[in-house]
Ligand binder design. Sequence first.
Ligand code: SF4
Length: 239
Amino acid sequence: MPAKNASAEPATAVGCSSDHELVLEIHERLQSQYGLPDGSRRSDPTEELIRTMLSQNTNDVNRDRAFASMWDTFGSWKAVAEAPAPALAEAIRPGGLGEIKAPRIQNALRVVHERCGDYDLSFVCALALPEADAWLQSLPGVGPKTAACVLLFACGKPVMPVDTHIHRVSRRLGLIPDKTTANAAHALMTSLVPENLIYPLHINIIRHGRRTCRAGRPLCDACVLLDLCPYGQKEVVAG
Ligand code: SF4
């Protein structure tokens, strides 16, 4: 992971004298609106890995349906890894793209087993952050977002996963340059946000992206971040 304030352009907004103050202000306003998310619970790293792979191009409800269906059908990681691919694709069909996701999941599980002798990824959480991130991203089909989800939600490490909502909202707010790719945004957001705020900001920016800063027609007039947001101010002026 890069040092703090790596190559992002200045994110400072009106009324905030530093990027740090801007991030704190955004956090406090979103916390007032949506509450403080409880980041104390940890998921199982292997489950988090597969759940995140299942989440690609679908919503949380369908991802969870797909995971439940897969576990009801196979009941162990060994059985998931060794199942005929069409059977796994059928089991995870509620999450969509079953034919694509099934071989990806099985390839990742097979490599975990080849390297570790089992499917337990708990050891990753004991590695230093750069090593843990590199190990996870060396698995087939695992990119920065999937690795970041495992590192944050299962290991409690200070990494910001960037989904479509965080990518959109953080660019509109000017936290990261507008042309930043989603993959590049993980490192920039991780370097910008204080470690103790990564979990609550991750959750609350997603909530904000779903409810207010929507992709199509953001509700800028009703947004608690409007005076901090260059994109929103242009939208309001443009009517
Ligand atoms: S002001 Fe508009 S664009 Fe900016 S964060 Fe709020 S809803 Fe999104």
